[in-house]
Design a protein around this ligand. Structure first.
Ligand SMILES: Nc1ncnc2c1ncn2[C@@H]1O[C@H](COP(=O)(O)OP(=O)(O)O)[C@@H](O)[C@H]1O
Ligand SMILES: [Mg+2]
Length: 375
């Protein structure tokens, strides 16, 4: 990744009707970066994007583009284009005319328009669709037209606000790969917004995790997954067991009534901490070989592994195992030092319980609700 800074947000704050929506946002975006704003519905992702696009003015703070302050630059003078979740295509125009629209507004010569539109339709795999009316296209095809239209002017930056949220699962997966390819081929900086953590992890160079108008963490997908800074990030990204702990000294941590060796340090003596352990990082062993012992209370077959819920002294862990274990079985848990991630206490400590009320169905239900809210 090229490390040239393209956009910088410095101390951006924004309120609506006295309600703080963005609280002192600092963010640096690099040339050719695929950067994703990730967080639950209402955390301020769209507002951040609209401030970058120039559709919204911050109450405080500055927006820089290539080191020039652009707070007062109107949207059409910024080298930025947007793809919205609702594609906002012209339904009465055909594919060619939709993509050509911006070029015609700029009075581009006809021959050049033909060439550029052709190139863009090839890029988004819609060669041969020039004469089709957009309202005869599938959702996925319409989304491609919207992307072609946004890219035809060769902006330096493309803003994408939940562009795949309306597509069904399989198509969404395909479009994720395609978007990545398009970004590679064009070398355009993508600022992508989603509330879907899996999407963010699989597509991005950099993930920006947001909650309640604040940036919680900025990092590569692996950083964010392996080294979450607080309980919010640990809970939002992937599945995690988050336990109350204490650090008696460096590389020792106490939780679940035991002392474990870990790899973290730099805390005060006996500092209370949050401990996160991922379901796939615990080994299921015989009870006599376990560092902890628990009772299996739920088993779900996931294809290549089982997801099990295990009650250890009243705290319900989620674990993954490739060997079958039955409900009602007593098992041992073995945890390597590097499977334990110790975090500072934060305002999010204690908000995320164990898996006692967990069911796959509930999880899917809450995902679906988020998607509806995001629209
Ligand atoms: N134009 C507006 N007027 C009033 N409130 C708004 C406006 N735009 C956004 N909000 C509020 O700001 C908060 C953040 O919104 P938004 O940036 O759209 O979040 P996200 O995209 O992460 O879901 C929400 O509570 C939303 O209701
Ligand atoms: Mg939004």
């Amino acid at each position: 990744m090229n490390k040239n800074v393209l956009i910088r947000l410095g101390g951006i704050s924004k309120s609506y009707d006295g309600e703080v929506v963005l609280d002192n946002i600092d963010l640096t975006i690099h040339d050719k970066e695929f950067i994703t704003l990730l967080g639950p519905s209402g955390c301020g992702k769209t507002t951040t994007l609209r401030i970058i696009g120039g559709f919204e003015t911050p109450d405080a703070g500055d927006v820089y583009f290539e080191d020039k302050r652009i707070n007062d630059l109107p949207p059409y003078k910024r080298q930025v284009n947007t793809v919205f979740q609702r594609y906002a295509l012209f339904p009465h125009l055909n594919v060619f005319d939709n993509v050509a629209f911006g070029l015609r507004v700029n009075k581009t010569p006809d021959a050049e328009i033909r060439e550029k539109v052709k190139e863009m339709l090839e890029l988004v795999n819609l060669k041969g669709f020039e004469r089709r009316k957009v309202n005869t296209l599938s959702g996925g095809q319409q989304q491609r037209v919207a992307i072609a239209r946004a890219l035809v002017n060769r902006p330096k930056v493309l803003l994408l606000d939940e562009p795949l949220a309306a597509l069904d699962y399989k198509l969404r997966k395909d479009m994720q790969v395609e978007l990545k390819n398009i970004q590679h081929k064009t070398g355009i900086t993508f600022i992508f917004v989603t509330h879907d953590q899996e999407e963010a992890l699989s597509m991005s160079d950099t993930v920006v995790v947001m909650s309640k108008g604040k940036i919680q963490q900025i990092g590569t997908p692996t950083d964010i997954y392996n080294e979450p800074v607080n309980a919010f990030v640990a809970d939002f990204i992937g599945e995690s067991n988050i336990l109350d702990g204490v650090m008696p000294e460096d590389v020792k941590v106490k939780f679940a009534g035991q002392t474990f060796v870990c790899v973290d340090g730099g805390f005060d003596k006996n500092e209370p901490v949050d401990v996160v352990i991922r379901p796939e990082d615990v080994d299921v062993v015989k009870p006599e070989a376990g560092m902890l012992v628990g009772l299996v209370t739920g088993v779900t077959f996931k294809g290549d592994y089982y997801e099990i819920i295990v009650d250890v002294k009243g705290f319900k862990w989620m674990l993954e195992t490739s060997d079958f274990v039955g409900e009602g079985e007593t098992i041992g848990l073995s945890i390597d030092p590097d499977a334990i991630h110790v975090m500072k206490k934060s305002e999010y400590s204690g908000l995320f319980g164990d898996y006692s009320s967990f069911s796959d169905e509930l999880d899917k239900l809450s995902d679906a609700t988020e998607e509806v809210e995001a629209e």
